[in-house]
Design a protein around this ligand. Structure first.
Ligand code: SF4
Length: 444
């Protein structure tokens, strides 16, 4: 039976220390009761308190940690079916398969290359999270696992079905908490014991949800708690449907046997299809997507999807409204302004950087709206731009009076020139990608 906030509160330290990120123990208790936080998020709860509450207050989906220290990646403990209900909490991790058919040296090279796949988008670094090493076909699974771990800088997934090969690989890497992928009906006893002894997470793979639920219970009986539901993405519609049913059973029905994060091995005929399917699985509801390709063009659409899906829909994506210096601008450098919607700002910033012309960008607070939306919603005006420039003391940074304004707001030109020291307003391009050519021509 679900616990009330008051029952939980009675077992908390009641110090209101805020270490859980909430202002009071009562607020924390209410969130645990609503299944939005786990008891373990309070670092000060006593063992007795935890024991009294843990089973009944456990979140409907378990939090699973794969990898150790700075390579650790967390999946699970999601709370909603749809992003707009609250938000999705833990972004999908991309895993790249390293096949057993390559040599140890090639596997090491692949691991280093995969680890270097990292990109900055909208101010956030997007990267691959796992090297997924096939161990069944490797002559020396321990050496293979170690090589990949040492050459790369990502968490490891060990792929295999043979208990002896998997045991060798897990023993070599157990301090690094690799994910074992995957136990099935024929090896679950061995794999679950191995995972329990080594204290590493285990993925279980069944032909249907009934078998998956059976496997999680068998693994749990062997002492393995950190489980992942593994799905084979052979037929996309059917796989998404099955994953949705599993998630609904866990979150809505509190069905503990399926209360674990999901992982999908993407099966596709072409790299394009693999990228498309992986993006869909990331949106619905893969905590990990396992793929083969790792060319930038293959990864970026998946990473972009994950980033978009896992932003908080109730919080505007903003940057601080202040004056930004791009490169090392001086008193002759151009001055531009834009809005504090992060996608807008980072687009402008990226293109100014690309122009190689150091510049100042004054960011106006538009409550997280882009240029046209801000104008339509009355969140930006010529008067507000002038006031922002004054507050940011931009005129003290340069000796000229030229201001470049977004091409979407030419209507601001006359008013800014008439009411401020910015007496030469230049209408910039409408699209950020045109900024480099514009600056090269307009700023001599
Ligand atoms: Fe209370 Fe624990 Fe949160 Fe501190 S960390 S405020 S003791 S619930």
């Amino acid at each position: 039976m679900a616990l009330t906030g008051m029952q939980i509160y009675k077992n908390l330290p009641k110090t209101n220390c805020k270490d859980c990120g909430l202002p009071t123990c009562m607020a924390f208790a209410m969130q645990v009761a609503a299944k939005q936080r786990a008891l373990t998020d309070c670092p000060h709860i006593s063992e007795e308190g935890q024991a009294a509450l843990s089973e009944a207050s456990a979140p409907p989906m378990r939090l699973v940690k794969i990898g150790a220290n700075e390579r650790e990646f967390q999946i699970g403990q999601e709370t909603v079916m749809f992003r707009h209900e609250e938000k999705f909490h833990r972004p999908t991790g991309i895993a790249i398969r390293i096949p057993a058919s390559v040599s140890d040296e090639e596997a090491g090279k692949m691991a280093a290359e995969i680890s270097s796949r990292s990109y900055v988008r909208v101010g956030t670094t997007l990267q691959v999270r796992f090297c997924a090493v096939e161990v069944d076909g490797a002559d020396d699974p321990a050496a293979r696992a170690k090589t990949v771990h040492e050459k790369g800088c990502l968490a490891t997934i060990l792929i295999g079905e043979k208990p002896d090969k998997m045991k060798a690989a897990v023993e070599a890497l157990k301090a690094e908490k690799p994910l074992i992928y995957a136990a099935n009906a024929s090896n679950v006893e061995d794999f679950a014991s191995l995972a329990a002894d080594a204290k590493v997470p285990l993925a279980v793979s069944g032909t249907d949800l009934e078998e998956l639920a059976d496997l999680t219970q068998k693994a749990k009986a062997k002492g393995t708690e950190d489980l992942v539901l593994a799905f084979q993405g052979k037929e996309i519609g059917e796989t998404v449907r099955t994953m949705t049913i599993a998630r609904r059973a866990a979150l809505k029905k509190q069905f503990r046997a399926l209360g674990y994060p999901a992982m999908v091995e993407v099966v596709a005929e072409t790299p394009e299809e693999e990228t498309t399917f992986a993006s869909i699985y990331a949106a619905k509801y893969g905590g990990v997507v396992l793929i083969n390709g790792y060319e930038p063009w293959e990864l970026l659409p998946i990473m972009t999807t994950v980033q978009d899906i896992y932003t908080d829909p109730q919080v505007p994506n903003t940057v601080d409204a202040k004056l930004y210096e791009i490169g090392s601008p001086n008193e002759s450098s151009p001055v531009l302004f834009t809005t504090n919607f992060s996608l807008t700002y980072y687009s402008v910033e990226g293109e100014v950087e690309r122009s190689k012309i150091p510049a100042y960008i004054s960011v106006v607070d538009t409550e997280g709206l882009g240029v046209l939306n801000a104008y339509a919603g009355d969140k930006i005006s010529a008067e507000k731009v002038v006031k922002t420039l004054q507050e940011q003391k931009v005129s003290e940074k340069v000796k000229h009076h030229k201001l470049i304004i977004p091409g979407l707001l030419p209507i601001f030109r006359a008013e800014i020139e008439d009411t401020s020291e910015w007496t030469e307003v230049i209408i910039g391009p409408e699209r950020a990608k045109e900024i480099p050519a514009f600056l090269a021509g307009a700023w001599k």
